[in-house]
Design a binder for this molecule. Sequence first.
Ligand code: MLT
Length: 238
Amino acid sequence: HTPELTPTGKVPECAIAVDVLRATTTMATVLAAGGEAVQVFSDLDHLMQVSESWPAEKRLRAGERGGAKVPGFDMGNSPLDCTPDIVKGRRLFISTTNGTRTLQRVQDAQFVLAGAFINRSAVVKYILEKQPETLWIVGSGWEGSFSLEDTACAGAIAHSICQKTQLSPDEIAGNDEVINAIALYSQWQDNLLGLFHYASHGKRLLRLNCHEDLKYCSQADILDVLPMQQEPGVLKRY
Ligand code: MLT
């Protein structure tokens, strides 16, 4: 039985897809480094097919399965590979185990954002400006199940909204998941890297020698960049 944690029913006005380790951290980093856009795919063959029609010097194919780089692709899913000399002016065609699927799941929302710790304040600023009627913060988890790092990031976003609006968690959302996420974030906000070491996907990445990736992903509010969907599956800097 796979737990169904994604809300069902209608799509919200605004959806924030969160995959702290590492897809949405990587997307924010690519756009901050001057990438033209990020285009997401759940299927590797589809990615190859669509990116084929794009000029070779203007594209990068990024693919990850089980945390490891897909053979034959230009890169895996490490945000540390997304430096301006590599990504500037290029479109990143990316497929990852969970993060890109989350974005596809919510792609019919009116506004779709990619959030992580590194760009949390940019996400919160946008939400406070737009005040969407309905907002989902969708943690990607791992293959359908709960993840500590995405829940903590959802909590970080909600916590900041509460602080800036002077509203209580109950007033902004009034559901148990949000209270839970804020509590998790509050307990670990000064040691997010420590939390990642307990997280199952954090441990998977550590086994793949991605300690520096965990460190990078655990930094809050370092990039003032907001990846926003411009057309289904294509995110650009807002
Ligand atoms: C995912 O989408 O599942 C993750 O971003 C995996 C990873 O760490 O590369």
